[in-house]
Write a protein that binds this ligand. Structure first.
Ligand SMILES: *Cc1c(COP(=O)(O)O)cnc(C)c1O
Length: 408
C-alpha cells in the first residue's frame, strides 16, 4: 500500500491510472481549462479557504456529528457503529459541501448563471440553494422519470427560484439530464458555470468533487480519534458517482489499517438492466467526459440501470473509485433494493433516524458485516442524507407493509 504515499492522483491531465481524463468536444476544452486554472488558484488562496469554511459552518451547519448508533450496535451484537451525520446538513445531504465550493469558484470566475444536473433532486436542491444565496440565475436539468419519483424536490427547487427542465430523452433519468446540461454549457459558456454534482466527468471535476467533500473524512478522522482514541476498522459509504464515499475515504487512504467498502446499488439483483453496480459486470468505457467502469453491452451501448434510489441510479462510477479498486485499497460490494429498504426501516425504528435510500445501502452493508466483527472494532457509516424525500416512495412499496424481517 506504499503507493498511496508516493503516487499523486490525479496526474496533471486528470488521470487516475488508466481512468479519468477529459473526453469532451473541442468547445468544452476551454471552459474546463479555465475552471482548472481557477480551481488551482483558489487552492493557493487562504481567502478562498476561509470563505469555504465560513459558509460550511454558518450556512450548512458543519461540523456534523459523528454519532454512536448504540441501539443498532447492540441489536447487531458486533462492531461499534458510528454514523457520520451528513443528513443533518442544510438541504439534507452531503451535496451542499461541493455546491458551496463550486459557487465560490463561479463567483471568482465572474459567472452569472448556474446550471446543474440532478438525479434524486438532492444535488438540484443544493445547487438551487447556493444559487439563491449568492444571487445567481439557476437552471436544473432532471430526467422526467426522476421528476416524477422525486416530486417534492422539484417543488423545493422551484421555490428556491430555479428553473427545472424535465428531460424527456432516452431513459429520462440522470444520464440524459447530464447530456442536456452539457449541451447548455457549450451554448452558454461565457455566462455559465456547470456545478457537476458528483466525483465524475472531465478533469478537474473528479478532483474538485473529491476535495470539497473531503471535509467529511477530515472531520470524521478528528472526531473518532477524540471519541475512541483510535482509528476505525472499517468505513462504509454508498457509491453513486462516488462523492460522499471519496469524501469520507480520502483522508484515511494512507491509514493502512483502515479498511473501506463502497456500496453500489444492486437493484433487483445483478442482471443486466436491473441494477447499477458498475463493478459487478461493468467494463472500461468512456461516458460523459471521462473513462471509467461502465455498464454497457457488447456494442458499447450504455445499459439501462435500476435502483430504488434515484441518487445511485447511474451507469458509470467515478474514475478514482475504479483506480482505488484496482489498487485493492477500497473494496466494492452492493446492496439490493430489498436490503436497502430493510436497512431504512431498521435505522428508523432503532435509532430514530430516517435515512435516504442511498445511504440505506451503506447501512445495509453495516448490518451484514457488523455481527461478524469483534465488539472492540469500529465501523463508520457515512449517512449521506436524510430520507424525507423518500418517504412517499417507501410508503407505497409493498415491502413496507409486508416487512416481517424486523421486529422491534
Ligand atoms: C446524490 C446522493 C448520493 C450519491 O452520490 P455520490 O456522489 O455517490 O455521493 C448518495 N446519498 C445521497 C443522500 C445523495 O443525495
Amino acid at each position: 500500500m506504499s503507493s498511496f504515499a508516493t503516487v499523486q492522483v490525479p496526474d496533471a491531465q486528470g488521470h487516475f491510472g488508466p481512468y479519468g481524463g477529459r473526453y469532451v468536444p473541442e468547445t468544452l476544452m476551454h471552459p474546463l481549462q479555465e475552471l482548472e486554472a481557477e480551481y488551482a488558484r483558489s487552492q493557493q488562496d487562504p481567502e478562498f479557504r476561509r470563505e469555504f469554511e465560513y459558509y460550511l459552518k454558518e450556512f450548512c451547519g458543519r461540523p456534523t456529528p459523528l454519532y454512536f448508533a448504540e441501539r443498532l450496535t447492540r441489536e447487531l451484537g458486533g462492531a461499534k457503529i458510528y454514523l457520520k451525520r451528513e443528513d443533518l446538513l442544510h438541504t439534507g445531504a452531503h451535496k451542499i459541501n461541493n455546491c458551496i465550493g463550486q459557487i465560490l469558484l463561479a463567483r471568482r470566475m465572474g459567472k452569472t448563471r448556474i446550471i446543474a444536473e440532478t438525479g434524486a433532486g438532492q444535488h438540484g436542491v443544493a445547487t438551487a440553494t447556493v444559487a439563491a444565496m449568492f444571487g445567481f440565475k439557476c437552471v436544473v436539468y432532471m430526467g422526467a422519470v426522476d421528476c416524477e419519483r422525486q416530486a417534492l424536490n422539484v417543488i423545493r427547487m422551484k421555490m428556491l427560484g430555479a428553473e427545472v427542465v424535465a428531460v424527456k430523452a432516452g431513459q429520462q433519468t440522470l444520464k440524459e439530464a447530464i447530456n442536456e446540461a452539457m449541451r447548455d454549457w457549450v451554448t452558454n459558456i461565457r455566462s455559465t458555470h456547470y456545478i457537476l454534482g458528483t466525483a465524475y466527468g472531465s478533469h478537474p471535476y473528479p478532483l474538485m468533487v473529491r476535495n470539497f467533500p473531503r471535509v467529511i473524512g477530515d472531520e470524521a478522522r478528528r472526531q473518532i480519534l477524540e471519541k475512541e482514541k483510535r482509528l476505525p476498522d472499517l468505513l462504509l459509504a454508498c457509491v453513486g458517482g462516488g462523492s460522499n464515499a471519496i469524501g469520507l475515504f480520502y483522508p484515511f487512504l494512507q491509514d493502512e489499517a483502515v479498511r473501506m467498502t463502497g456500496v453500489e446499488a444492486g437493484g433487483e439483483g445483478i442482471i443486466a438492466g436491473k441494477h447499477a453496480a458498475r463493478f459487478q459486470g461493468g467494463s472500461l468505457g468512456v461516458l460523459q467526459g471521462t473513462r471509467s467502469y461502465l455498464l454497457q453491452d457488447e456494442f458499447g451501448q450504455v445499459q439501462l440501470t435500476h435502483s430504488i434510489s434515484a441518487g445511485l441510479d447511474y451507469a458509470a462510477v467515478g474514475p478514482e473509485h475504479a483506480w482505488l479498486r484496482d489498487q485493492n485499497r477500497v473494496s466494492y460490494t452492493y446492496a439490493t433494493d430489498t436490503q436497502a429498504l430493510d436497512a431504512f426501516q431498521k435505522l428508523a425504528r432503532l435509532e430514530g433516524i430516517i435515512p435516504a435510500l442511498e445511504s440505506s445501502h451503506a447501512i445495509a452493508e453495516a448490518i451484514r458485516v457488523a455481527p461478524g466483527m469483534d465488539k472492540s472494532q469500529i465501523i463508520i457509516v457515512n449517512l449521506s442524507g436524510r430520507g424525507d424525500k423518500d418517504v412517499a416512495q417507501v410508503a407505497s412499496n409493498p415491502q413496507f407493509a409486508a416487512n416481517t424481517s424486523f421486529r422491534p
